[in-house]
Design a protein around this ligand. Structure first.
Ligand SMILES: Cc1ncc(C[n+]2csc(CCOP(=O)(O)OP(=O)(O)O)c2C)c(N)n1
Ligand code: SF4
Length: 311
């Protein structure tokens, strides 16, 4: 999508008209030419000052993910008004309050249903949905698989802290077996979903995993995910020291970050080959497939042709 949001050296933008609608045939510029934030200060520019201070705990990984997302949006040269952020409820979902895009803070587990409605009515807008692991794959699991199956063009960012952070540390479908949680004082006995496998099987056309430790990789992955036309799923392992950490060995944020570094490895790396028990990171799926809104617009055209109705 970045090809239509190019800022030329003279500062005049081409490829996007006044209403933010894409125009065809614009060449992609080098990343340094397309930033929209003044003086290269993307964080301040894209944040809502009036919502500060934020409510996240010290050491929470969600702020790092927010930072990576802002830098990616800036790298793509996206304007605030070209993005709709749709969230459910949870600590992750607070991003929709903090970012100065069009934002919808909806219902727990229902962000993708709202986002689908927005995208169908304004397909030219860029949709980003930050979801917690509970939001995405417990109460929102059904919406998640069907959004993936439809291949509707939006970026689903799953901040996986393996717990319900906002409501006090209940276990989630991504906690895994042997985890202490407020709803599992004698440890969980359920295996976790593998988000990557689930998203791939459901039909997502871009599927990736990274962590809040790997900040450059996080930004690059989000840039590619947002640029991808179709349903993009990016799982980010993000630490919750307050609930997951305290209940599981009294882990502090720094230790949890170290665990992301040592407990994961890039797909295709020798490290992963030699240690198959590590959690793989990288881009697992990136493929072209007809996008849902394109398809749907065709159906509208066909219906209009049949009935003879005018625009
Ligand atoms: C229908 C409904 N059920 C339950 C809740 C309570 N609730 C709010 S956030 C949340 C879970 C948050 O966990 P997660 O989605 O993993 O995000 P995190 O806070 O960890 O970022 C729950 C159960 C709610 N708001 N609405
Ligand atoms: S409860 Fe956990 S997820 Fe929520 S803000 Fe605190 S550290 Fe982050």
């Amino acid at each position: 999508m970045s090809d239509t949001r190019v800022k030329k050296a003279g500062g005049k933008e081409s490829g996007v008209n006044e209403t933010g609608v894409k125009e065809a045939g614009v060449k992609e510029a080098a990343p340094q030419e397309i930033r929209t934030s003044p003086e290269g200060k993307p964080v301040e520019y894209y944040l809502r000052d009036r919502f500060m201070p934020h409510i996240w705990c010290g050491g929470c990984g969600h702020g790092t993910v927010l930072n990576g997302l802002i830098r990616s949006v800036d790298e793509l040269g996206l304007k605030k008004r070209e993005i709709v952020m749709v969230s459910g409820i949870g600590c992750s979902a607070r991003m929709a309050g903090y970012l100065d895009f069009h934002t919808l803070h909806t219902l727990h587990g229902r962000a993708l249903a709202f986002a689908t409605g927005v995208k169908l009515s304004r397909p030219e807008l860029t949709i980003i949905c930050p979801l917690g692991d509970g939001d995405a794959l417990a109460i929102g699991g059904n919406h998640f698989i069907h959004a993936a199956r439809r291949n509707i063009d939006m970026t689903v960012l799953i901040l996986n802290n393996r717990i319900y952070g906002m409501t006090g540390g209940q276990y989630s479908p991504l906690s895994g077996c042997g985890i202490d949680a407020s709803t599992a004082p004698y440890s969980t006995i359920e295996d976790a979903f593998d988000t990557v496998t689930l998203a791939t099987a459901a039909g997502a056309t871009f599927v990736a995993r990274t962590t809040s430790f790997h900040v450059h990789e996080l930004q690059d992955t989000l840039t590619r995910a947002i640029r991808h036309k179709g349903l993009s799923v990016v799982e980010v392992l993000s630490q919750c020291p307050t609930h997951f950490g305290r209940k599981n060995g009294n882990l502090e944020a720094i230790q949890m970050l170290k665990d992301f570094r040592t407990g994961t490895a890039r797909i295709g790396s020798r490290q992963l080959e030699n240690n198959p028990g590590l959690i793989p990171r990288g881009i697992f799926v990136e493929k072209d497939k007809r996008e849902y809104c394109d398809h749907y617009l065709d159906v509208i055209e066909r219906a209009r042709g049949k009935s003879g109705a005018s625009r």
